[in-house]
Design a protein around this ligand. Structure first.
Ligand code: BDR
Length: 317
């Protein structure tokens, strides 16, 4: 079985990613580590448990991670995901936080990877604070990882949070910088532009969410607010594949589960801008190797959309 650790800031697309991970054949989710991001950490923890409850998988260990970025002020994406991160449709029967594990997220990452050397794929769809902390705790962590998949950054300097910055990299730019520098394991990056270029047509989204299951009803409900946001002209003009929805985090997760979904990618050394009036948090691509970095990342470009859609359909069954 493919062993995954998911590092999330559970908002709407993280929830979709969890559901895909839990329905994929031959995948074992060792644990979910939570980070500040789309919404404050306390909400992220609650949301993660809520999603696991809908999936009937509260047996998966969930860990509390960093509540704030390394240096930056906290930044959330309430406009996009709803203030509570899941569309502001509260669940009175939500599971309580007493279900959380005691170990801290970064320590749990180090432990789970050490217990399964060379076998774990880490999928990070949040600001990278927990991952930065983990590699500080255990500098040899990347050597023991099978791969790292990140949703974050941008490859054409198109921002979604600042003019040139994507949310996860802007929300903790120092952490993104540390991770891109120190995780020398095979690293795959699903950028903001990648999700825009591989968007899901609305006709698919309607059929996907209309499935007659509890999971589909839950997803329909919690994603209403976000879908409304994505329907605005500002977002739709970014979706070069045509009108639709880009479930950013799910692309990274799907590629981690089955890399053959990726039909086009390129290898290039990357880093993150830490200064700049407009560019702090922007991912920088070093095509001419001017930075002389020995480690390159693989930037995802295209997915097999039909197979991706099938994975999403199965996730809500
Ligand atoms: C990223 O930011 C978040 O709002 C999404 O969950 C995704 O991880 C997209 O830029």
């Amino acid at each position: 079985k493919k062993k995954l650790i998911l590092d999330l800031d559970t908002g709407v697309d993280d929830a979709q990613a969890i559901m895909v991970a839990l329905t994929a054949p031959d995948v074992e989710v060792l644990g979910i580590t939570c980070c500040h991001g789309n919404t404050p950490l306390e909400n992220v923890l609650k949301n993660t448990l809520r999603v696991l409850k809908v999936c009937n998988r509260l047996d998966i260990p969930v860990f509390r991670g960093c509540a704030e970025p390394l240096v930056d002020k906290k930044r959330h994406a309430g406009d996009f995901h709803g203030k509570d991160g899941l569309g502001d449709v509260p669940d009175p029967d939500a599971p309580g936080l007493e279900l959380l594990q005691e170990q801290k997220a970064s320590e749990a990452i180090v432990r789970m990877v050490k217990e399964n050397p060379g076998e774990v794929t880490l999928v990070a769809t949040a600001p990278l604070t927990n991952l930065a902390e983990a590699v500080q705790l255990e500098p040899s962590l990347p050597e023991k990882l099978k791969a790292l998949y990140i949703m974050g950054g941008n490859c054409e300097s198109r921002g979604n949070t600042t003019v040139c910055g994507e949310f996860n990299f802007v929300a903790d730019s120092e952490a993104a910088h540390t991770v891109l520098d120190r995780y020398t394991c095979p690293t795959y990056i699903a950028t903001w532009e990648f999700s825009c270029r591989n968007s899901l047509p609305w006709s698919f989204v309607d059929v996907w969410l209309a499935q007659d299951t509890d999971k589909a009803r839950f997803m329909d409900k919690i994603s209403r607010h976000t879908r409304k946001m994505v329907q605005t002209e500002r977002y739709q003009k970014e979706l070069v594949a045509g009108p639709g929805f880009n479930s950013c985090d799910t692309y990274a997760l799907a590629a981690a589960i089955d890399h053959t979904l990726v039909t086009e990618s390129e290898e290039v050394a990357v880093t993150v801008e830490l200064e700049g009036t407009y560019t702090r948090g922007m991912m920088v691509l070093d095509y001419m190797d001017l930075l002389k970095k020995t480690h390159k990342a693989t930037i995802l470009k295209k997915v097999d959309l039909e197979r991706f859609k099938q994975m999403l359909m199965d996730a809500l069954k």
